[in-house]
Design a binder for this molecule. Structure first.
Ligand code: NAD
Ligand code: MG
Length: 414
């Protein structure tokens, strides 16, 4: 991550900061708009994007009056266009991947919130990096699948990457500024990456076989989209976050310790060579990291209420259980292997999570599918984006075939 404030030279301090939100209708998108609505003079919404949710994007357009709205599918874009015209709003409606890339790189856009879920967000997030924008990165999958290429684009184009993931945002807040040359040189011993443990933290392994998508999506502390909720339940989310932290903070998995902390009050910690441990605390509300990244280096209001330590009373910590949560073990291995292995991990996880949500496979089959993909596909160095998309594509096919094959021999994949 580049630690110098980049776009500051190009931003006119008297004009509102132009913001594009990729994935405006999702959990992060909605929280971002909530924070922006508290600062109407500081920020101006330039573009909002969504996949299929016409009505929600329409309501957001009415409230924030952006210049552009993007719907990925053409028929949804058509419906939105009709509704906006009927309401007398002059908003240009674009469609497809080209539309997403365009609104991520417009000249009047200073900040891009990258909040599309999964690999689908990679191209538009990269477009923001190429455009030299301040990239507020929620879409961790983009970084996991393309790691070095993504970081190279950020550096080459003098973009700035600020983490939205609550743990990485916490680490950023506890870290000295100049970590580009590695942690050792700045006196950092390790990163303590906290994890809530998700809804099945104490569920016995046998009972995990039968858990439903609704149970997996009922996170005890955070209200999030379905994919990341399942990732939290399998703890693959923490695995993706280890890889994300390695890229963001120029370190390796050996310097990262996962710490289960069920209250989700400490969002992560940085340990220094003198034994000091700095932590960032707050209520589990994504508006805090969002406001931090929007305001940085200033602090701006987020609407998050004060932390009531007397109400919380106790903070507890435990080591993660890699036997009940093998996805975390796989991600730790991948973080050490590098190359295209994290592209495979990410794509296999996306396919497996969707199959679980569609009730085609059991919860415990998710890591089995990922392990199968990792054993089938050989690791290569990451040297160009086309290779990343090829590996992503092959992985999805292999996983889909595996699911179909196993499904035809039994009702649910175990
Ligand atoms: P979500 O499912 O609530 O929203 C996803 C957004 O992406 C929606 O606006 C949707 O329209 C859009 N989208 C979905 N598929 C798309 C496609 N194929 N093309 C274009 N747009 C598409 O997800 P979320 O919980 O807001 O998570 C978004 C990202 O932020 C994920 O990468 C997640 O890991 C990360 N994140 C989320 C949280 C959280 O609290 N929700 C916390 C940390 C990180
Ligand atoms: Mg997180």
């Amino acid at each position: 991550m580049s630690s110098k404030p980049v776009s500051s030279s190009t931003i006119d301090p008297s004009a509102p900061i132009g913001v594009t939100i990729l994935g405006a209708t999702g959990s992060i998108g909605i929280n971002t708009l909530d924070v922006l609505s508290r600062h109407p003079n500081r920020f101006r919404v330039i573009a909002l994007t969504a996949n299929t949710q016409v009505d929600r994007l329409y309501e957001q357009c009415v409230q924030f009056q952006p210049e552009y709205a993007v719907m990925v599918f053409a028929d949804a874009a058509q419906q939105l266009d009709v509704k906006l015209k009927q309401a007398g709003l002059m908003i240009e409606v674009l469609t497809g991947e080209d539309g997403l890339e365009l609104v991520a790189s417009l000249a009047q856009v200073d900040y891009v919130m990258a909040a599309i879920v999964g690999a689908a967000g990679l191209r538009s997030t990269l477009a923001a990096a190429r455009g030299g924008k301040r990239v507020l990165l929620a879409n961790k999958e983009a970084l996991v699948m393309s790691g070095k290429l993504f970081m190279d684009e950020v550096q080459r184009n003098n973009a700035m990457l600020l983490p939205i993931d609550s743990e990485h945002n916490a680490i950023f807040q506890c870290m000295p500024p100049n970590y580009d040359n590695g942690l050792e040189s700045i006196g950092v011993r390790r990163i303590l990456l906290t994890a809530s443990g998700g809804p099945f933290r104490t569920t016995p392994k046998q009972a995990l076989q039968k858990v439903t998508p609704a149970q997996a999506c009922a996170h005890p502390n955070w209200d999030m989209g379905k994919k990341i909720s399942v990732d939290s339940a399998t703890m693959m989310n923490k695995g993706l976050e280890i890889i994300e932290a390695c890229w963001l903070f120029n370190t390796n998995a050996d310097n990262i310790q996962v710490v289960l902390h069920p209250q989700s009050v400490i969002h992560s910690m940085v340990e220094y060579t003198d034994g000091s441990v700095l932590a960032q605390l707050g209520n589990p509300d994504m508006r805090t990291p969002i406001a931090h990244a929007l305001g940085w280096p200033s602090r701006i209001a987020s609407g998050v209420k004060s932390l009531d330590l007397f109400e919380i009373a106790k903070l507890s910590f435990e080591p993660p259980d890699l036997d009940r949560f093998p996805g975390l073990r796989l991600a730790m291995q991948v973080a050490r292997i590098g190359g295209t292995s994290s592209t495979v991990l990410n794509a296999a996880n996306e396919v497996a999570v969707q199959a679980f949500l569609d009730r085609k496979i059991s919860f415990l089959a998710i890591p089995n599918i990922i392990e199968h993909a990792l054993s089938e596909i050989s690791v290569e160095p990451v040297d160009n984006l086309e290779k990343i998309f090829q590996v992503d594509d092959i992985t999805r096919k292999i996983c889909q075939e595996y699911i179909d094959r196993r499904q035809s021999s039994s009702n649910t994949l175990h």
